[in-house]
Design a protein around this ligand. Structure first.
Ligand code: HEM
Ligand code: CA
Length: 171
C-alpha cells in the first residue's frame, strides 16, 4: 500500500546514483512524526536551530558519525561537515544532506537507513548544521530569521536540559 512517505512532494535521490530513494526501507519507528511529514513535503528541516533537538542530535552524531567525521564534524577519515565545502554540492541543502545520510555515498559512507530512524536523521542533521563554523550568510539552509541569530560554532556550549521545543521529552 502507498504510504504517506511514498507521496513525498520531493523526489529524494541517491547522492551517487540519482536513483529515487525508497522510504519503504526505512525503520518503522520515527517514520511519520510531524517533523518527518513536514520535511517530506517542504524539504526544510523543522529541527534546525531548535534548542530542544540539538542535544539529542549531538548524541546521535557521537554514536553514529563522529568516529569517521570527528567529534565536531571537523573531518577524520570522512570529510569535514562543519564548513561550506561539499564533495557533493547538494549536501548544502537539507534535502541533499538527508539523501546522503539515508542512501550513503562512496567508500565507507554507507547508507544509514537501517541504522537511524528518519526522525533521528533530522535531529542529527540539525546538529551538523549547528556545528557550522563559517559565516552565517553561507548557512543557506536556515530561514532568514535563523540566519540573523546564527553564530558560527565556537566550541563548547552549555545546552539546557530538556528545554521547550519540538523535541522536548514530555515527562
Ligand atoms: C561522506 C554524513 C557516518 C565515512 C559523508 C557526507 C556526509 C556524511 C553528508 C558527504 C560530505 C560531502 O559532500 O562533502 C554522515 C553522517 C553520518 C556518517 C550524518 C552518521 C549518521 C559515517 C561513518 C563513516 C563515514 C560511520 C565511516 C565508517 C564517510 C566517508 C565519506 C563520507 C569516507 C566520503 C564519501 C564520498 O566522498 O563519497 N558523510 N556520515 N560516514 N562519510 Fe559519512
Ligand atoms: Ca566539508
Amino acid at each position: 500500500a502507498a504510504t504517506a512517505l511514498a507521496q513525498s512532494a520531493i523526489a529524494f535521490r541517491n547522492t551517487i546514483t540519482g536513483e529515487v530513494l525508497n522510504f519503504s526501507d526505512a525503520l518503522p519507528e520515527g517514520k511519520d512524526t510531524p517533523a518527518v511529514k513536514e520535511f517530506m513535503s517542504t524539504g526544510k528541516n523543522p529541527y534546525n536551530e531548535d534548542v530542544s533537538c540539538l542535544k539529542q542530535g549531538e548524541q546521535i552524531f557521537l554514536s553514529a558519525c563522529s568516529g569517521c567525521h570527528g567529534h565536531l564534524a571537523e573531518g577524520k577519515i570522512g570529510p569535514g561537515l562543519n564548513d561550506a565545502y561539499w564533495t557533493y554540492p547538494q549536501n548544502e541543502t537539507d534535502e541533499g544532506l538527508f539523501s546522503t545520510i539515508y542512501g550513503g555515498a562512496q567508500a565507507s559512507m554507507g547508507p544509514q537507513y537501517q541504522n537511524l530512524q528518519l526522525d533521528e536523521m533530522l535531529k542529527v542533521m540539525a546538529w551538523i548544521r549547528h556545528l557550522f563554523k563559517e559565516a552565517p550568510e553561507k548557512a543557506t539552509w536556515l530561514t532568514d530569521a535563523q540566519r540573523k541569530a546564527f553564530k558560527p560554532f565556537g566550541g563548547h556550549e552549555e545546552l539546557p536540559e530538556n528545554p521547550a521545543g519540538k523535541c522536548q521529552v514530555k515527562k
